[in-house]
Design a binder for this molecule. Structure first.
Ligand SMILES: [Zn+2]
Ligand SMILES: [Zn+2]
Length: 322
């Protein structure tokens, strides 16, 4: 590769005035992160910023602002609209640890699946399935304390409901900094996939079902909320590319909010994994994503976390989080 075509030359030169030892390792890491996100819809970054992590550590983070839009597939479908819609017209749902097709047949079986006759997602006369189809209905049905008017609706929030300029900014430590106790990903989210889509914490399945709604994921484990847009509750093979192939372990699919790598699910029971699905295989600690149906990409986060923001340009102080 000719140096004049090297996209990182400017950054490398700009850092030549910093203490060389520091600049080398920091630049190498930033360079690596740039490459890892090269298939994301990156609006700005990654660049280095000062940050305060969840445990109060003041350190150097990278910050990257992305649109939550995978570049290599179109998200969806989510809800079937008729009892006759097969799996190709519908997404997925979690049932007892499995990642099952949320197709028309599944929607007609909910009273049995959940042993509750109040479920009646399918109109017995017409076979139609009630689906939210406006941004107002999405906002009303995809929140806690859903009103009874949305009972037995399949909830869809379309990516098009997001503002054209909606972005998500991740600020993540360049080097992980330890903390005493792991943090549940229900508080922090898990991290960000290299396609720029959030790896979220567990979906609030009990609350969704308690409202007699289902909010399916597409086959890649993603659906939309009006805050971060398209996001994942399962890490599927949609996140694996041939470029990530790595001898001896599963491919790296993203970064956790504490800066450790997240690798794909191992596909076998792995006894060395800790409660956060992580282990140190001699070349440093990393996580593995949970099984697709587990509703748990990561159970917890080992080290201090950075920030996720719906507005770019904010200073990250994760220790101030309520
Ligand atoms: Zn969600
Ligand atoms: Zn591993």
């Amino acid at each position: 590769m000719s140096i004049s075509h090297h996209p990182f030359t400017a950054a490398v030169l700009a850092c030549a005035f910093v203490t060389p030892a520091f600049a080398d390792s920091t630049d190498d890491r930033l360079h690596e992160i740039s490459h890892q996100f090269e298939n994301a819809n990156v609006i700005s970054g990654p660049e280095l910023v000062d940050c305060t992590l969840s445990g109060g550590a003041e350190t150097t983070c990278f910050t990257i602002t992305v649109k939550a839009e995978p570049q290599d597939y179109e998200p969806g479908p989510w809800c079937p609209t008729s009892v006759s819609d097969g799996p190709e017209l519908a997404g997925k749902w979690f049932v007892e640890g499995a990642f099952v097709d949320a197709d028309g047949a599944f929607m007609s079986s909910l009273a049995d699946v959940y042993d509750d006759p109040k479920w009646q997602m399918v109109d017995p006369e017409t076979g139609e399935i009630k689906v939210t189809d406006t941004i107002e209905q999405c906002a009303a049905a995809a929140r806690p304390n859903v009103g009874p008017e949305y009972e037995n609706f399949c909830v869809v929030c379309e990516p098009s409901y997001m503002d054209e300029d909606a972005t998500v900014t991740y600020t993540i430590p360049l080097e992980p900094i330890a903390q005493d106790n792991p943090t549940p990903t229900s508080q922090t989210g898990s991290g960000v996939a290299f396609n720029g889509v959030r790896l979220d914490g567990p979906a609030p399945v009990d609350a969704i079902l308690g409202a007699y709604t289902v909010a399916p994921f597409d086959d890649c484990g993603g659906h939309v909320n009006l805050h971060v847009g398209y996001h994942y509750h399962a890490a599927t093979d949609c996140l694996e590319t041939t470029a990530q192939v790595d001898e001896g372990d599963a491919p790296i699919i993203g970064l956790a909010m504490d800066g450790y790598d997240i690798r794909a699910n191992l596909g076998v029971a792995e006894t060395t994994l800790d409660e956060c699905n992580g282990h140190d295989q001699g070349d440093g600690y990393h996580y593995h994503a949970g099984e697709e149906g587990a509703n748990l990409i990561l159970g917890c986060i080992t080290a201090q976390t950075g920030c996720v923001a719906e507005e770019p340009g904010q200073t990250c102080n994760a220790s101030a989080r309520p």
